[in-house]
Design a protein around this ligand. Structure first.
Ligand SMILES: Cc1ncc(C[n+]2csc(CCOP(=O)(O)OP(=O)(O)O)c2C)c(N)n1
Ligand code: SF4
Ligand SMILES: [Mg+2]
Length: 297
């Protein structure tokens, strides 16, 4: 969450229901994404995030409908492009709370490059993937997180590809806060959302969120049975600590896998601006930069 976030001091305390929009979700009955949006209402209420200073931005997919269900500003954009929009918003308006959301296909297939570059830039925003291990909206095709060997609508004889672990990628790409949650464990997920939203820098939360329609009725039960917590004394400041808790097949470990503090891109840009203006050894404003290409004028 932006350090510039202000709480709605003069208003009555906002309740989770105040973050709910008038739109009724069109997700299938039993979809894990209901848990995610409910968790987000609670996390936002816990932090008293000002709806008028908050934007939730997504790409395209079932999960990407989420901004419509939250009573903040929102943008259901283009497939795979939640993060470019989110980063543009944050650079232009650093005082806003920017939350990007979407699916595993959206964020890791078509949007995979944006994931990488946003993580390494450490922009102060939160990115939540609703990972159902499938392309839900387009009717059940294989996704980057579909376990190897699984039969889907587009892999009739089983997925021939190895799956990616989004948390492992986020850590490798340079995200400064990385967590994993399960939408069926609301309490832990809300706690992780609060931490992610408060983190100054790029926070990434991968929420395992079952798709009852294309991954079968039992995806929820299977995930729940695999749930584990990180051990006591887990060192979240070390990338190496996270390794045993990535690419899990028999377990699903939730918690904060990685957290470090580093300057955000906005911090670095602000610093750069101050140094450029103080030193003035070259062009500083856009006009000056453009003119520098035409020294004759
Ligand atoms: C440029 C572009 N390519 C492909 C699509 C089709 N498409 C829409 S959603 C989607 C995948 C959705 O899967 P995911 O992001 O995992 O979201 P889910 O529906 O599972 O929540 C695809 C391939 C599109 N809308 N735009
Ligand atoms: S198709 Fe799957 S992801 Fe989409 S709304 Fe239905 S259960 Fe949720
Ligand atoms: Mg998906």
């Amino acid at each position: 969450m932006s350090s510039a976030v202000e709480t709605a001091a003069e208003l009555p305390r906002l309740q989770p229901g105040d973050y709910k929009s008038n739109l009724k979700p069109v997700w299938c009955a039993g979809c894990g994404d209901y848990g995610v949006v409910t968790g987000l209402y609670r996390a936002m209420a816990e932090l008293q995030m000002e709806p008028w200073n908050t934007v939730v931005v997504s790409g395209i997919g079932c999960s990407s409908r989420l901004p419509g269900y939250v009573a903040t500003y929102g943008f259901n954009s283009v497939h795979g492009r939640a993060l470019p929009l989110a980063s543009g918003m944050k650079v232009a308006r650093p005082e806003l709370n920017v939350v990007a959301v979407g699916g595993d296909g959206d964020g890791l297939a078509i949007g995979g490059n944006h994931f990488m570059h946003n993580a390494r830039r450490n922009l102060d925003l939160t990115y939540i993937i609703m990972d159902n291990e499938i392309y839900g909206l387009t009717k059940g095709q294989v996704a980057p997180t579909t376990p190897s060997g699984d039969k889907t609508k587009s892999t009739y004889y089983g997925n021939p590809e190895p799956a990616v672990d989004p948390c492992e990628l986020a850590i490798a790409f340079g995200a400064t806060w990385v967590g994993r949650a399960f939408s069926g464990d609301l309490k832990t997920m809300v706690d992780l959302m609060v931490q992610a939203l408060k983190h100054r820098g790029f926070s990434f939360l991968n929420v395992m969120s079952p798709c009852v329609t294309w991954r079968g009725d039992d995806q929820f039960k299977v995930m729940k049975a695999k749930l584990r917590s990180l051990p006591e004394g887990y060192d979240r400041s070390s990338r190496a600590s996270a390794a045993p808790y990535t690419r899990e097949t028999e377990t699903l470990t939730t918690g904060v896998l990685y957290e470090v503090q580093q300057p955000s891109l906005v911090d670095r840009l602000t610093d750069l601006k101050v140094r450029a203006q103080a030193g003035r050894t070259g062009p500083v404003t856009t006009d000056e930069v453009l003119r520098s290409f035409m020294p004759a004028f």
